[in-house]
Write a protein of this length. Sequence first.
Length: 338
Amino acid sequence: MLFELPSIEHVNARDVNEVVSWLQKYGRKARVIAGATDLLGLMKDKVEGPELGIPEVLVNIKRIPDMTRIVYKEGTGLRIGAGVTLSRLAASNVIRQGFRILSQAALQVGTTQLRNMGTLGGNLCQRPRCLYFRHPHFLCFKKGGSKCYAATGEHRFYHSILKQGKCVMAHPSDLAPALVALRAEVLIMSPNGERKVPLQEFFLGSNHYTETILKADEFLMGICVPSQNEKIHQVFLKERIRNSADFALSSVATVARVSRGICEDIQIVLGGVAPIPYVASMAEEVIRGKKLDQGLISQAAEVSVKGAKPLSMNRYKVDLTKALVRRALTSMLNLTDA
């Protein structure tokens, strides 16, 4: 019956090797769990498809110390466990002082209750917000069908204007654009041991059944972020339907180094408008190495969504995204002028 959870075995893993052991034993029938703000909803609504079975075993990682730690080492950088809650991310003095864009992004995720439960790993690995994907009666592409119902159906809010493919979902994570802008790497544990992957390479495009590169016997351990210069300017902006609780219609994360009015380096990453965190490389090139002014900022905002192919009901996202990019870059100009 819909809205009832099936019988599930729950395991409190003692270390990362035990997690891998359970994943090897059960494959796609086992899933890693921490806050479970997304996973339990998918299970309850019986959302199934290729590589998306309802799990029989939930492996809890919150009892593993490294999964819930925030560790900063001078010269090495920041390491955040996948089980760290969004509330802790937002409140951490280390993050607010040196990686404040993460605090800004975490504070804009959901409600206070969701931030208290939701985790870093869950935010990065969450599934699409598309109502056709979430509804058990629609066999969309992500669930093994041949059709993306959103392409010609309801796509006003949580769908792409860039990089569409067989699916037109927009990636729902707020932390992902901020972390990509910080040049973060993901720590993945597998039977072959631990490996690091640039976060941008962690996400798959819209022609895949899943959104990440994680295999059935792998899980996300955490994130590594390189140290940031104190003079680095960081800003995260997000526009949503409801200011207190919603996913992004569009968002922008910028991390820039500005000296004497010259933008020496910059990363501009968009959220809510593509199936992956979208690096606006053309906008970066417009202003990198140049003296900032309003004309240059307007030019960068225009090219930030160059090549966009909006759907019939989400064309507003083009101008919305340009406006957010313009605001983010203008904040750098104001900082320089101060």
